[in-house]
Design a binder for this molecule. Sequence first.
Ligand code: IDP
Ligand code: MG
Length: 143
Amino acid sequence: MVKPDGVQRGLTGEIIQRFEKRGYKMVGCKMVWPSKELLEKHYADLSGQPFFAGLIAFMATGPVVAMVWEGKEIIKMGRMMLGATNPQESAPGTLRGDYSIDVTRNIIHGSDGVDIAKKEIGLWFKPEEMFDYKSCLKEMVYE
Ligand code: IDP
Ligand code: MG
């Protein structure tokens, strides 16, 4: 998900491009201005953290771009492409390492496990907002 800072800063295209160029397949994409209720469910595992209220408040300041990507090891590789949670520890070449400085404004969210991804997809997408289609990537990206 491109966070409100990523959307405001015009980084949505760059973020999509990184995943596209690597060879991943987009199967869902939409702009959403999330309610605090949705965000509290999305970040439920962090509700005990001291930064929780600030995180929810910032995430509700504007629209985000929610996406679902498919591909071999997409969760693990996607997290590598994002970089560390704290941009101060994100390597150059990663999205956060190239485009962010402070932790709440780290431009992008990524699911960090299959079960979490399923839960998050269920929160943000209706089944009819995702698309099962044949793409040419199968022949040209994978062996
Ligand atoms: P992740 O986004 O890399 O998966 P999480 O630990 O799931 O990191 O935290 C969710 C989001 O909460 C982070 O992306 C970041 O914006 C924010 N966050 C995490 N740790 C801190 C912190 O120590 N202070 C302030 N915000 C934080
Ligand atoms: Mg996380």
